[in-house]
Design a protein around this ligand. Structure first.
Ligand code: SF4
Ligand code: SF4
Length: 176
């Protein structure tokens, strides 16, 4: 397992060399581009996932944003994974999804919701693999993304060009 810049766990990748870090930087730029311009259509579908995790350090913030006392918040909204190590919001859909399909605690939503659709973790691993491996098909690699998520359409339409561009930069780096 590789950890990029001490923050992102990159699935299936070995430890990081200098060369690999440069390739990861290319992948990271692509991920940040999509993350900062994510065209959320407020369909609310991502809020129907069963495994919405929250971190212990987020509990106070989220319970106060929800206007629920901490004890009530923990008993009503929070569950744990089978091994007891991961905290999860219990409900499906999330209890904080409004009838208008907008998040009622948007400013204070959990980290996992901020990262959706996992553009700097799962997605970055795949973008890196496609940049570093000319035979890899980025569209196949991102097939895990649910086609019902409207915000991912833009990614499917433009990712091939972005990977090609990054491969060109990488090839230029290797010229004598
Ligand atoms: S699935 Fe995408 S478009 Fe729909 S609410 Fe979530 S982030 Fe927005
Ligand atoms: S906290 Fe907000 S963004 Fe996150 S799953 Fe719940 S409603 Fe959706």
């Amino acid at each position: 397992m590789a950890v990029y810049r001490g923050r992102y766990i990159l699935q299936g990748l070995p430890e990081i060399s200098d060369e690999m870090e440069k390739d990861l930087d290319l992948a990271y730029d692509i991920c940040r581009h999509y993350h900062s311009s994510l065209p959320c259509r407020e369909c609310g579908r991502c809020c129907h996932q069963k495994l919405i995790t929250i971190l212990p350090e987020e509990v106070d913030r989220i319970s106060s944003a929800a206007g629920v006392p901490l004890g009530e918040f923990m008993s009503k909204y929070v569950g744990f994974s089978k091994d007891g190590r991961i905290m999860l919001l219990r409900t499906d859909p999330c209890a904080f999804l409004g009838k208008d399909k907008k998040c009622r605690i948007w400013e204070d939503r959990p980290e996992v919701c901020r990262e959706f659709p996992y553009l700097v973790s799962t997605f970055m691993s795949r973008v890196y693999l496609a940049i570093a491996n000319e035979d890899a098909d980025i569209l196949e690699l991102i097939d895990y993304m649910d086609r019902e998520w409207p915000c991912t359409n833009n990614i499917r339409e433009t990712i091939v060009g972005k990977v090609e561009e990054a491969r060109g930069i990488r090839a230029g780096r290797h010229l004598p």
